[in-house]
Design a protein around this ligand. Structure first.
Ligand SMILES: *[C@@H]1O[C@H](CO)[C@@H](O)[C@H](O)[C@H]1NC(C)=O
Ligand SMILES: *[C@@H]1O[C@H](CO)[C@@H](O)[C@H](O)[C@H]1NC(C)=O
Length: 384
């Protein structure tokens, strides 16, 4: 299964010639998300009547989310108050110059014949793969405790660096121009100019020929980030230009809407995090096991575990976020054994911070998938 990115935002807004999503998806809509357009303060539904595959492709491409993986025509809910307004596919949609979706839609006097709306899911191809490792036999041996990773083993891992301090936090590449990290890395320093992102690194001290460095164009800290609870601990980072995808630099897959790690999957955390009081220069990896929220809560009587968090560790406490560092990835291997999906970002907890044997706490990426896509959309199409 490829990492599927839902067009998980149900509303699209047209301001001048700019199309943006403005509201989050209704998660109850299992079919994915329904395209909606706002135009001069009125909400329009995209009528499915003349919708076609090329338009789905255009939509996914416009979002930078790859190709359509599933398209469905969703019956309009009966009993919606007020009259529905529809946008129809323009009869000459394929002759219209603008590449944007909104240039290919038009208002018409009549209603939508099928009374169906369009729902599109996109998936990014080639995410979550580790080309640098394919030459080596797949190691299935489980290793407790952390270890130095092999070069190129985690091609989505990046290092968020700031002038004087150098490496500050881990980060994760999710698309050519986009990375994720946690919100708390930016406390008091949200200015994009302070930061750079280094990819393709194994050794912090010796970036080497496989590394690429990008400045940061924008930092989007989750607006509900709560420092006291360390809730909503996530940020989206836009690089100033796309990275070149190589065997050593690849985006990870994001979880599908509602996707949780399967119970027996291999999950790993990676990072240059502190080990005792020294910081290793080589990227470390450690296998972890996801544990339930209730089990996790029992370790932390003074802290609240919220649905925006995910806990992982070893019951024996041998491996936890001590091996990773803030903002770094917790990834799990898909059942196909070919793709890795990002389920967590190292946030807080762990023996390193608390002296109490316990799990590490990670930001629950599944929870944030719609928000992440919304930010990518807005920052791709609104700010230039
Ligand atoms: C589309 O582009 C072509 C060439 O760039 C131009 O000649 C034509 O007038 C454009 N059509 C519209 C409808 O803007
Ligand atoms: C993470 O978020 C998903 C989606 O909102 C939710 O279903 C899940 O219960 C959350 N928590 C964990 C521990 O997975």
């Amino acid at each position: 299964m490829l990492g599927t990115w839902f067009l998980s935002v149900s509303s699209v807004c047209v301001i001048g010639s700019v199309l943006i999503f403005i509201s989050a998806v209704s998660l109850s809509d299992q079919s994915g998300s329904v395209l909606t357009v706002f135009r001069t303060a009125a909400e329009y539904q995209v009528c499915a009547d003349e919708w076609n595959h090329d338009l789905s492709k255009l939509t996914c491409n416009q979002l930078g989310l790859g190709v359509p993986s599933s398209v469905s025509m969703v019956p309009d809910q009966p009993g919606v108050p007020g009259r529905r307004r529809w946008l129809h596919v323009h009869p000459e949609w394929n002759l219209r110059n603008g590449s944007a979706l909104q240039a290919r839609l038009e208002k018409r006097s009549h209603a939508c014949h099928s009374r169906r709306r369009v729902s599109v899911l996109c998936s990014r191809e080639g995410c979550g793969v580790r080309p640098a490792l394919s030459l080596h036999p797949h190691r299935k041996k489980r290793i407790l405790g952390g270890r130095v990773s092999r070069r190129g083993a985690w091609p989505w891992q990046c290092s968020l660096q700031s002038g004087q301090s150098g490496h500050v936090c881990g980060c994760v590449l999710i698309a050519r121009q986009w990375a994720l990290t946690v919100a708390h890395c930016f406390e008091g320093r949200e200015n994009a100019e302070l930061w750079k992102v280094v990819l393709g690194l194994t050794n912090l001290d010796h970036p080497g020929a496989h590394s690429q460095t990008r400045s940061v164009r924008s930092i989007i800290v989750h607006p509900r980030y709560n420092r006291a609870v360390v809730d909503y601990d996530i940020s989206v980072v836009q690089l100033d230009s796309e990275v070149e995808e190589t065997a050593h630099i690849r985006p990870v897959c994001l979880p599908r809407l509602g996707q949780l790690p399967s119970p027996d999957s291999y999950c790993y955390i990676t990072g240059w995090g502190h080990m005792g009081n020294r910081m290793p220069f080589k990227l470390q990896e450690g296998e972890v096991r996801i544990i339930s929220m209730s089990q996790c809560q029992s370790y932390f009587d003074m802290k609240t575990i919220t649905p925006r968090m995910l806990c992982a560790g070893y019951e024996a406490g041998t491996v936890d976020s001590c091996m990773g560092d803030s903002g770094g990835p917790l990834v799990c291997e898909e059942q196909d054994g070919l793709h890795w999906t990002l389920f967590g970002l190292t946030s807080w907890g762990s023996v390193c911070f608390s002296k109490v044997l316990g799990p590490g706490v990670y930001s629950n990426v599944t929870h944030f998938t719609p928000w992440i896509q919304q930010q990518i959309y807005i920052h791709t199409y609104l700010t230039d």
